[in-house]
Design a protein around this ligand. Structure first.
Ligand code: SF4
Length: 220
């Protein structure tokens, strides 16, 4: 794709964004939207959200942060308390271990949540996607587009990235070529909502989709 084609794709992406935002008024907020500007909660919520349904992440984070909302208090909780709060996320035992490890490391560094992808990924349970999501939610940093299962699936269906794209970091690089810069930060949250309401994993609701005429429906 040359520069002119990238520019044309950016216009298409901008129109897709406008139309989806226009119908998004009644959609439930994403789990992460509750923790904007709150680094510890954003990091924990991002980690817990991996491979977990939004409603379960929302319930788990609410229950957990009612017990402890900072790393040192988190370390005072018993395993039973943590597991009781996060039992509905996927892999609760593994994530409870990550939670203890992350809290320990944060306490060692004075409680601050790291502000780089590399430093975040040095924490157990924090991969590229969780790190990018944490930076966006906690600090408003939007140098990258958070690519999760919703963004990957929908971007392929819309033809924004090639069908064979598998790895989130690669999808991020390709998406940045065709997404207007000002939309990078919002794209993930909007696609999570859109992926739950309309462009669902199975049986997407193309008949009522506001971008049907802009979407090649690749793989649908
Ligand atoms: S037309 Fe269908 S596949 Fe394309 S974005 Fe809409 S729901 Fe998804």
């Amino acid at each position: 794709m040359d520069d002119q084609e990238h520019a044309t794709e950016r216009e298409r992406a901008r129109e897709i964004y406008r139309r989806i935002v226009a119908v998004s008024g009644g959609w439930e907020p994403t789990a992460l939207s509750y923790y904007e500007g709150q680094p510890f909660k954003a990091l924990v919520a991002s980690m817990l959200s991996a491979q977990t349904r939004e409603e379960h992440t929302i319930a788990a984070t609410r229950a957990l942060f009612a017990l402890a909302d900072n790393p040192s208090d988190m370390l005072k909780l018993t395993d039973e308390q943590i597991l009781g709060a996060i039992r509905r996320v996927n892999y609760p035992l593994v994530k409870a271990g990550y939670l203890r490890d992350i809290s320990t490391k944060l306490v060692e560094r004075g409680g601050d949540v790291p502000e780089t992808i590399e430093a975040l990924m040095a924490l157990k349970g924090v991969g590229w996607k969780v790190a990018v999501l944490t930076l966006a939610v906690a600090y408003g940093r939007t140098e990258d587009i958070t690519v999760d299962v919703h963004v990957l699936r929908i971007s392929i269906r819309m033809g924004l990235i090639p069908r064979e794209t598998k790895q989130p970091p690669r999808a991020n690089e390709l998406l940045k070529l065709v997404m207007p810069r000002e939309l990078w930060g919002e794209w993930n949250g909007l696609m999570v909502q859109f992926g739950r309401a309309i462009c669902t994993p199975t049986y997407p609701k193309c008949k009522i989709c506001p971008v049907r005429d802009l979407c090649p429906r690749i793989g649908v």
